[in-house]
Design a protein around this ligand. Structure first.
Ligand code: ZN
Length: 512
C-alpha cells in the first residue's frame, strides 16, 4: 500500500441529479492506503502532498470505477452453443453447456470488465452441480480469480430449490417426457439439487472464510420466483437479516414469468415478495421487465432496488425494462451486463450507451435518461446493490479509491466542441479505460494488467478448451438438444403462449 495523486483534466466526483455532476476542473484525488484523503485542484494537492506515485494527467478524465451489478459467467453462452433465444428455451439449451476451468473462465470476463472501467462486480454464480463441497470448491475458484486480478467482488451462489427446467415441478415435467429422455433429465436435475438448508451453510462457510477481506463480500441470491419455494425465500430473508447482507433476485424477466407469478400467487411477483417481507433497500430485483404500474409504486415506496440488464433482455427476447417510469418515481436502478452485452462482450461503457439510447421514447419531454443519470446507475446505484455500499461508487474523502482513468484524447480527437458537457462526452465517446485503480492500486495501468499476464492467461484458457467434449458433456448436449421441443410444448400446452403478447408496461401505460 502507498499513496498516489490521480490527476485529471476533469475529476468527476459524483452525480448530483439527473443532469448535474460534482466535477473539478484540473483536479486531483489524493489517496493513501486505498482510501481517498482529499479531492481538489491539482495545483493545491500537488503542493500539499508527496505521493509515492502520480497517475493520470491534464489529458485524462478521472471518475469513480463502474459496478457491473449483474454478472454470471466468463465464456458467453453463444460461444458454448447456446444461441440467443427466448429465455425459457435458452434455459434448456444451457443444460448442454460444457465444463470450464472456473478460475480462467472468471478471469476471461474480468479482463473485459476492467478494460471498460469496472472495478466491482456482482457475481451471481449458478449452475454448479452438488454436493455442497463441490459448489464450495467452484465458488473458491471464482473468488480466487477476482482476488488474483485485484477486482472487487460481491459473490453469491444462486439459491434454487424447485422448477429447475420449466415453470412446474421437476418431477411433473420429467413425467411428460419420453421414458429414456425423462430418466436422463431426472438424473441431471438430481445432480443440481442440494438440500435447502445446505445453501445457507454454504453461505455461512463462504461468509466466514472471506469476512474481513478488503475486496471480497459474500451475499445472497434467491435466483427467481419460480426457482424458489416460499420457504426458501423466507429463509433467505432471515439469513440476509441475520448477517446484514443484500439479496439480489432475478424477477419478471419475461411475460411468462409474470403469468407464472399470477398462477402461483394470484397476485404479481412483486406483491408476493412484499407479503413475504422481502421488499426493501436490501433487495435488488434483476431485470424487472414486466412490472405493472402498481408494482413500480410498491418498489418505490419500499426503497427496493432494480438492476437493469438491457442487452440481455434484448438478446433473449424478454423486452425492455421500464426505466423511465422507475426513475420518475425515484427508484434507484443499477446496470448489469448479465451473460454478455449486445456486442458479445462485457463492455460497461457500451452498455451505458445502450441504456442511454434504449429509453429515448418518442416525444419532446424530459423523461428520457440523461448521461449523468446513466453514470449514476453504473456507479453509485450499482454500488448500493452490493455489501460494499456507500464505501464505493463516488469519489469522496474517506471512501475507497476505486477509480477509472480515461484518456481525453481518445474522446476528443480530432475535434470535440467545447460546449459538449464532459459527462456526455464520456458516455457517448469513451471506448476504454486506460488505467483502473481498486483500493488505490492500479490493476490496469496504461492498458496493461499489472498482476496477471492477460495473453498468457487467455492462451491457457483456450488450450484448456482445445480438447473434445468428454462423453458426459457430449451426452448432456444431446439431452439438451432433444429436450428443447418438449420445453416449448410445455409452455404451449400450459397455455403460456396464449397470453396476449402485449408489451411491457413501459410502452402501454404512459400518461398522455
Ligand atoms: Zn442473470
Amino acid at each position: 500500500m502507498g499513496s498516489s495523486l490521480i490527476r485529471g483534466r476533469h475529476v468527476i466526483c459524483k452525480v448530483l441529479d439527473k443532469t448535474r455532476v460534482q466535477m473539478i476542473e484540473d483536479g486531483a484525488v489524493f489517496q493513501r492506503d486505498g482510501t481517498i484523503v482529499e479531492i481538489g485542484k491539482h495545483r493545491a494537492l500537488a503542493q500539499k502532498y508527496h505521493p509515492d506515485e502520480i497517475l493520470g494527467s491534464g489529458e485524462h478524465i478521472v471518475l469513480p470505477g463502474f459496478v457491473n451489478s449483474h454478472h454470471h459467467v466468463g465464456l458467453i453462452p453463444f460461444q458454448t452453443g447456446s444461441p440467443d433465444a427466448p429465455l425459457e428455451l435458452w434455459f434448456a439449451s444451457r443444460l448442454g453447456r460444457r465444463d470450464v476451468d472456473l478460475y480462467l473462465d472468471t478471469l476471461y470476463a474480468a479482463f473485459e470488465m476492467i478494460g471498460s472501467g469496472v472495478t466491482t462486480v456482482q457475481h451471481l454464480h449458478s449452475r454448479v452441480n452438488g454436493p455442497a463441497q463441490r459448489i464450495h470448491a467452484a465458488a473458491s475458484h471464482v473468488i480466487k480469480a477476482y482476488r488474483d486480478i485485484g477486482m472487487r467482488v460481491s459473490y453469491s451462489f444462486g439459491l434454487r430449490d424447485q422448477n429447475r427446467l420449466v415453470y412446474a415441478p421437476d418431477e411433473q415435467f420429467v413425467a411428460r417426457l419420453p421414458a429414456d429422455l425423462g430418466a436422463e433429465v431426472a438424473e441431471l436435475l438430481r445432480a443440481q439439487a442440494i438440500p435447502l438448508e445446505e445453501n445457507f451453510s454454504l453461505f455461512e462457510q463462504l461468509y466466514g472464510e472471506h469476512h474481513g477481506a478488503e475486496r471480497v463480500r459474500i451475499q445472497l441470491a434467491p435466483v427467481n420466483l419460480h426457482w424458489c419455494s416460499d420457504r426458501a425465500l423466507t429463509m433467505a430473508r432471515d439469513c440476509a437479516e441475520k448477517y446484514d447482507v443484500p439479496l439480489h433476485m432475478h424477477l419478471l424477466e419475461t411475460r411468462y414469468q409474470k403469468e407464472y407469478a399470477r398462477r402461483r400467487t394470484g397476485a404479481t411477483a412483486v406483491r408476493h415478495l412484499q407479503s413475504l417481507g422481502l421488499l426493501g433497500p436490501n433487495l435488488t430485483l434483476g431485470h424487472g421487465v414486466w412490472f405493472t404500474e402498481s408494482d413500480i409504486d410498491l418498489i418505490a415506496e419500499t426503497g427496493t432496488r432494480v438492476c437493469h440488464n438491457a442487452s440481455s433482455n434484448l438478446r433473449l427476447r424478454s423486452g425492455i425494462a421500464p426505466l423511465n417510469p422507475l426513475s420518475e418515481r425515484g427508484v434507484r436502478v443499477a446496470i448489469g451486463l448479465d451473460e454478455a452485452g449486445i456486442n458479445e462482450d462485457r463492455d460497461m461503457l457500451q452498455e451505458m450507451r445502450l441504456v442511454l439510447r434504449l429509453h429515448r421514447v418518442p416525444g419532446m419531454d424530459e423523461r428520457v435518461p440523461g448521461a449523468s443519470q446513466v453514470l449514476q446507475m453504473a456507479t453509485e446505484h450499482g454500488a448500493a446493490t452490493t455489501p460494499f455500499g456507500a464505501n464505493i461508487g463516488t469519489l469522496e474523502p474517506g471512501k475507497a479509491a476505486d477509480i477509472a482513468i480515461i484518456s481525453w484524447k481518445d474522446i476528443a480527437l480530432p475535434y470535440l466542441d467545447d460546449e459538449v458537457p464532459v459527462v456526455d462526452a464520456v458516455l457517448h465517446r469513451a471506448r476504454k479505460a486506460q488505467t483502473v485503480l481498486v483500493a488505490g492500486e492500479p490493476i490496469l495501468r496504461d492498458g496493461r494488467f499489472t498482476r496477471l499476464n492477460k495473453e498468457e492467461m487467455l492462451e491457457q484458457f483456450a488450450a484448456s478448451l482445445r480438447v473434445p467434449l468428454r462423453p458426459a458433456e457430449a451426452r448432456r448436449r444431446e439431452v439438451a438438444r432433444q429436450l428443447l421441443p418438449h420445453v416449448e410444448r410445455f409452455y404451449r400446452d400450459e397455455g403460456y403462449l396464449d397470453e396476449p403478447t402485449g408489451a411491457p408496461f413501459y410502452h402501454v401505460n404512459r400518461k398522455s
